[in-house]
Design a protein around this ligand. Structure first.
Ligand SMILES: [Zn+2]
Length: 384
């Protein structure tokens, strides 16, 4: 929880443009944003400085949907898909086999490594789902790995229990509710369910999410990715913090999401990697639904930790403006995680910020695939 002066920013996301700006950080929080020329010599003498040197500053990215706890690789599946084999939810089982044999230390190392890669791309908060264990012991170990990794990673990690990633055998949903949830809830903040063709039905998802709520977990859901099965309406019904993917969401669903205050977490990198359809982002925005964009980082369908890449794809394929995409990657992600102290550079918020390596954050989308992140600050401490 540091003090810091970020100096000579060309522009700061959410603040009026004009003279170069300074951001005053006290105790890890933003205390002021003001013209750099108005900083007093006294203020400058006492506090460490980060010279933004005419570059742009955005809030640190909030990646509200990742699956960073896993072992093994699915490069074979990726290559095979390019040769014409379609993606089905069952591909998850190959990662499950590798994850079940990994030790707590191995899983922890993997999460730390990927979380650091996220932060290299400007991310300061990461939601991390379990879901490649699918047994009480392996799900619990996965969430323990997230907790241990959170003590070492620069970013804040937000753990979600996703024992309901598949429904691999009869009686499995009962096991999730009666055994896994009690064992895993102490390690998790949220409870997710993969409601889709080949995974859980709406009724199975409802049972899991309602059980999660009874354990004090925030419900969230994978919905309408591979087909329209009713997950978005369920999200509104049970009061999910977010409904994620939404490729096949309808206007009727959008009205329900808006009315229930459910955040739509869109995952355009997944559509990009699968060469499949994109979510109707503009329809959701026009319906008044709050939008977040996230990486969905996972070994099967979207192996990227890069929020700048997601912003670029959101602009080119979802049709967002750059400001809409940056807001979805920051404030939107924070809303999906029900956080009000991150995702915006307002006075009083946590000093989690990203110095873009360019004079405008438009470069995030304008230079896809290039190194566009200069520095990253977490709780007022320079971590990149
Ligand atoms: Zn996912």
């Amino acid at each position: 929880m540091s003090d810091l002066l970020v100096r000579r920013a060309a522009r700061v996301f959410g603040w009026p443009e004009g003279d170069p700006l300074a951001i005053v950080v006290e105790g890890g929080r933003i205390a002021d944003v003001l013209p750099d020329s108005k900083l007093t010599a006294k203020a400058r003498a006492e506090v460490p400085e980060l010279d933004a040197a005419g570059r742009a500053v955005t809030p640190g990215f909030v990646d509200a949907h990742t699956h960073l706890v896993f072992s093994g690789s699915r490069h074979d599946e990726f290559a095979a898909r390019l040769e014409g084999r379609p993606y089905e939810a069952g591909g998850i089982m190959s990662t499950v086999r590798a994850t079940r044999t990994a030790s707590l230390e191995e899983l922890t190392e993997g999460v730390v490594r990927r979380a650091e890669q996220c932060t290299d791309g400007g991310t300061t908060t990461i939601e991390v789902k379990s879901g490649y264990g699918l047994s009480t012991e392996a799900e619990r170990r996965s969430l323990e790995a997230v907790r241990l990794a959170g003590e070492r990673a620069a970013a804040t990690l937000v753990p979600t229990f996703l024992g309901a990633h598949l429904n691999p055998e009869p009686g499995y949903i009962d096991l999730v509710i009666e055994e896994m949830l009690p064992a895993c809830a102490p390690f998790a903040e949220g409870c997710d369910a993969f409601c889709d063709v080949g995974a859980l039905t709406v009724d199975e998802s409802r049972r899991v999410l309602e059980a999660g709520i009874r354990h004090g977990l925030v419900p969230r859901i994978h919905a309408e990715e591979l087909a329209h099965t009713g997950g978005a309406a369920l999200a509104a019904e049970v009061g999910c913090a977010s409904a994620d993917h939404l490729v096949h969401v309808t206007e009727r669903d959008a009205k329900l999401l808006k009315a229930a205050g459910v955040v739509a977490v869109l995952l355009p990198a997944t559509s990009f990697c699968l060469r499949s359809e994109y979510a109707p982002a503009r329809m959701l925005i026009d319906a008044g639904v709050t939008i977040a964009i996230s990486t969905d980082c996972n070994p099967g369908t979207s192996y990227t930790t890069s929020m700048p890449f997601v912003i670029a794809v959101a602009c080119s394929e979802l049709g967002l403006t750059v400001d809409e995409a940056v807001r979805a990657a920051t404030e939107g992600g924070a809303a999906a995680l029900r956080r009000d102290d991150i995702g915006q550079l307002r006075v009083g918020a946590r000093a989690d910020l990203t110095v873009v390596d360019g004079e405008h954050w438009v470069d995030l989308a304008y230079h896809p695939g290039m190194p566009v992140i200069g520095n990253v600050v977490k709780d007022g401490r320079v971590v990149r």
